[in-house]
Design a protein. Structure first.
Lengths: 399, 300, 94
């Protein structure tokens, strides 16, 4: 059914369709309308779920971890400092191999305070072991949220669904709301492999030794390192599982097909702009302009950032001479994290592209299409393009 | 009608050969306390001595499903278990949080207050050995004034013991109880009563610790009883706001019945630096308190 | 569907090994003095109540599992009949 709704409501509708059973969330700008909509669904009886108005984000994730461990499908959402507050728990949920889904409505980090959009918040979580997916528009927000539950429960790894605060969360666009019976067919009810059951009592995630120990059956049970190794292997395997989840969803809805990389006019491009989220769609206007000037350019976005789809990236850019990575985040003290990951993955190619890095839109700084175009134009034309990160949109403060 | 030793359920829910210290007061409280709940129970345990008592992967000492959680989150995790049980139609299963004093009065108090305010249907037990014992005896909010710990090493703690049961009672809970590991039958009866009441039930257990307080492991029960007999620890319950002394405390109807506080204090090396003036002040405080509460023995 | 390797523990004794090896003193119960033993029926069981490790059986007479008994001495201290004595592991009385 076609509807016009905000990005936050698109996410909430995704959670409604996915029939989450326990929702725990703490309000934080710009996520707040998402959690308000969910509490409305529950209060109105449209959703059969337990809605817990927790007293902090750390507790929100605690509720989700515990609920999922007990056997219920659990969801939360947050932004920025809320995400940081629950960081300990974000790591815990991943190590505990719980199939949680969390929407991160991307917002910059304090200090100083900002409520506006950039990607620094989800970037700080990229090493936690969560699967990280990025949405480019409202349709992708609802579709990815639904797909996230399927992926999480297939691989027993939590999934973070990221979308731009304000630019997507608070804007209204038309998209298709999939029917409940379609989603029911796509996503069966949650059947965890392990859960807290008085009939089969076990203790979960107690202190785990450096060395492997024998269990009560006299078998080697491994230690901390085996558990971490197994997690890493399963994370890498989840790339294929993500593709399978996407294919399954595409069969039922007709949408999808670009689980790793979504490309626009890159087939014969010499230079490709790369970005995450709504910025990649803004860059399409830049591509159209520069194509009209005769430059062979295209733009690509990553649908999945962790685990990093390095094979897909090498495949997508194998004939590209230059990449310009536009990022709304910085690995402070170095360069944009996406840029670093691309450099590393592409360095394994015989003829790796030259890669440049542009930092844009931090703390919600307006991103002017003309400035993006000028940067890309110059990058295409430069003999030896600079590879160190430079910033777009900084104001000159005078002497 | 108080339960006697012979009427206690005989089923054991913990295995021996666990890592608790010799003579651990928690061992007594935990072992007898679990009998009040039975097998249809899910435990939530943060970092604490109990985490270690419970065992290291892959062996568990408790015959109940147990969720180990991060330090600040006990009551929130218990909330999550409870919510999932409701969502799955399994509300009958007991949800039992079991945290130490540090995990309750300090780092865990926010989540506990939140759960209590929301009226989550959980029993939250704080076993109070009066310091961060698991990590080697650092001071906590419930460490008594004057006690030596590794972070109050020379003059002892300067501040008073935080009164967590009163804080929890201020949430308007259906049930708050103060218990002692030295009186496990009183504890058992309170846990049975707690389960029948709605919302969040808060149980505080004074838990003598031979390792951390500095006394011989054979004296755990003796010392716990002295704490109650001197009036320093009160056995009571607050049921829907109504305060009533129970068990051995209810029998101390007169301050003359109180054993001198010094009898309790002098047997613990953690109080060896306590100045005489402070001991006097302690006795005065106890006497004053008991003048107020000694009459509170009737049921509502 | 991936079945994850996680830290999951099943219940069993001896997580800390044979904790009987911790003992410096061991409890010896005198059945001639022990109340349930003398009466030939269930009675008292104070030692069973207070054992922090649950190594004393609720039987007539109670028996102590020396594989795991840590030798804390609470049973000897609390027995109302003084039926339990702590002796050193080498056999001498305390």
């Amino acid at each position: 059914m076609d509807i016009i709704e905000s990005g936050n409501n698109a996410a909430a509708l995704g959670v409604l369709r996915a029939k989450a059973q326990v929702i725990a969330a703490y309000p934080i700008t710009p996520q707040t309308p998402l959690t308000e909509k969910l509490s409305e669904f529950v209060a109105a009886g449209e959703m059969q779920a337990e809605y817990i108005p927790v007293e902090s984000e750390h507790s929100a994730m605690a509720v989700c971890i515990a609920a999922s461990s007990t056997g219920a499908r659990a969801f939360t959402a947050t932004s920025a400092n809320g995400l940081l507050y629950m960081h300990e728990q974000v790591c815990w949920a991943a190590g505990a191999r719980l199939p949680l889904v969390m929407c991160v409505v991307n917002r910059g980090l304090g200090a100083p305070w900002t409520v506006w959009n950039d990607h620094q918040d989800s970037m700080t979580q990229r090493d936690t072991g969560w699967i990280q997916l990025y949405c480019n528009d409202h349709q992708q927000i609802i579709d990815t949220t639904i797909k996230a539950f399927h992926l999480a429960e297939t691989v027993s790894i939590p999934v973070m669904v990221c979308f731009d605060g304000y630019l997507l969360s608070h804007t209204y666009m038309p998209f298709d709301l999939p029917e409940q019976d379609v989603v029911d067919e796509f996503l069966p009810s949650f059947k965890p492999a392990v859960y807290l059951d008085p009939k089969k009592p076990v203790s979960l995630n107690t202190v785990t030794m450096p060395e492997s120990r024998l269990n009560i059956h006299g078998q080697q049970a491994g230690g901390y390192m085996e558990i971490r190794n197994s997690f890493q292997q399963d994370l890498r395997a989840s790339l294929d599982c993500w593709q399978a989840t996407d294919e399954r969803y595409q069969k039922l809805t007709g949408r999808g097909g670009n689980p790793f990389i979504e490309s626009y006019r890159t087939d014969d491009a010499d230079t490709v702009a790369v970005a995450l989220g709504s910025l990649s769609y803004q860059l399409r206007d830049v591509i159209d302009s520069l194509r009209a000037e005769g430059l062979k350019v295209g733009v690509a976005s990553l649908g999945i950032y962790r685990p990093f789809p390095d094979d897909a990236v090498r495949q997508a850019f194998k004939n590209v001479k230059r990449l310009l990575v536009f990022e709304k985040a910085l690995s402070l003290g170095y360069e944009g994290p996406l840029c670093t990951d691309l450099r590393a993955a592409l360095s394994l190619m015989d003829k790796a592209p030259v890669i440049g890095n542009r930092i844009v839109g931090l703390g919600g700084r307006e991103i002017e299409t003309e400035q993006l175009a000028e940067n890309l134009r110059q990058f295409c034309r430069a003999d030896k393009p600079a590879t160190a990160p430079s910033w777009i949109g900084l104001r000159d403060l005078g002497a | 009608m108080s339960t006697s030793i012979l009427n206690l359920p005989t089923e054991e829910y913990i295995y021996p050969g666990n890592r608790a210290c010799t003579g651990c007061g928690l061992g007594i409280a935990y072992r007898i306390g679990l009998k009040a709940f039975g097998p249809d129970t899910i435990l939530v345990v943060p970092p604490s001595c109990l985490t270690v008592l419970q065992g290291l992967y892959p062996i568990a000492a408790t015959k109940l499903p147990c969720l180990n959680v991060v330090f600040a989150s006990t009551a929130a995790a218990a909330t999550g278990v409870s919510a999932a049980l409701r969502a799955m139609g399994r509300e009958k299963t007991n949800v039992l949080a079991w945290a130490g004093d540090g995990g309750t009065s300090d780092i865990g108090i926010q989540a506990l207050s939140g759960a209590a305010e929301r009226g989550e249907n959980i029993v939250y037990i704080c076993y109070d050995n009066e310091a961060y014992m698991n990590t080697g005896v650092q001071r906590s909010g419930t460490t008594p004034k004057g006690a030596l710990t590794t972070t109050t090493p020379i003059v002892g703690k300067l501040q008073q013991k935080k009164d967590v049961p009163s804080i929890m009672a201020a949430h308007g809970l259906s049930y708050v109880a103060s218990c002692s590991a030295a009186y496990p039958l009183d504890l058992y009866d309170k846990l049975i009563k707690a389960q029948s009441l709605p919302g969040t039930k808060y149980i505080h257990i004074h838990t003598p610790c031979p390792s951390g307080w500095g006394f011989d492991s054979s004296q755990t029960v003796k010392l716990g009883k002295l704490a109650v007999e001197s009036g320093m620890v009160e056995l009571y319950e607050i049921e829907n706001g109504y305060f009533r002394l129970t068990g051995a405390s209810a029998q101390l109807s007169n301050t003359k019945d109180l054993v001198p506080v010094s009898e309790y204090i002098k047997r613990q090396s953690r109080f060896r630096a306590l100045p005489a003036a402070e001991l006097e002040a302690m006795q005065d405080t106890v006497n004053q308190r008991w003048r107020e509460i000694a009459p509170c023995v009737e049921t509502a | 569907m991936i079945k994850p390797l996680i830290s999951i523990s099943e219940a069993g004794p001896g997580d800390a090994g044979r904790t009987g090896s911790w003992r410096v003193m061991r409890p010896i119960l005198d059945t001639a003095v022990c109340i349930p033993s003398k009466r030939g029926k269930e009675a008292c069981f104070t030692c069973w109540l207070y054992c922090p490790d649950g190594v004393i059986s609720r039987t007539v007479p109670p028996t102590i599992d020396l594989e795991y008994c840590k030798g804390c001495g609470i049973c000897a201290e609390e027995c109302p009949a003084k039926a339990i004595k702590m002796v050193t592991e080498s056999g001498e009385e305390d």
